[in-house]
Design a protein around this ligand. Sequence first.
Ligand SMILES: [Fe+2]
Length: 193
Amino acid sequence: MSEHVVRTGDRRRANCNWKLVVDAFSEGCHLKSLHKDSVEPFFLEHGTVFAKLGRHSRSVGARKAILEARALPQSQWNLRAWTTPFYTLFPNNMLVFHPDWVSRITVYSDGTDHCEVQHDMLIPGDADPEAGYWDTSFRLINEQVFAAEDIAACESIQRMARSGADSEWPIGGLETPVLWFHQHIREALQEAG
Ligand SMILES: [Fe+2]
């Protein structure tokens, strides 16, 4: 990360509570449904493992290419190419490690039902910053995967929450980091009085 530079970025207003955006980047189990027309074909169905790091969390989603590991000695394993690690950095930052660049997402609360989402593209400092490849790759992730799929789902969930249709929000075992996040928010608010 210390050798990465910001290539480009985007900021957008989202019509949802900021915590819904953090929820969306705290688990990988929605890939199969929400991202089925974009990045899902690259991933194994149930390939996400996660760990709690204080108030932060780290998840690792396995790409289908990881199956190559079975035929290779461990010294040739390539975690970065075969997985997508992502971090929730408490309270409002997320890092997603794509194979050759990093998404840095910071969400700022702007009222109960609105937030601002900043998405920066971090690329290796020695990469060619003018290569059109970066723009294409950023557009796919920023416009399609994040805006049209993740953020759109967050806004839909916000509308549903506002309607009062659901009084309980069950959290499944595959999305445990979402539970941790909300427990840590509650703790932090209690500490702050
Ligand atoms: Fe997503």
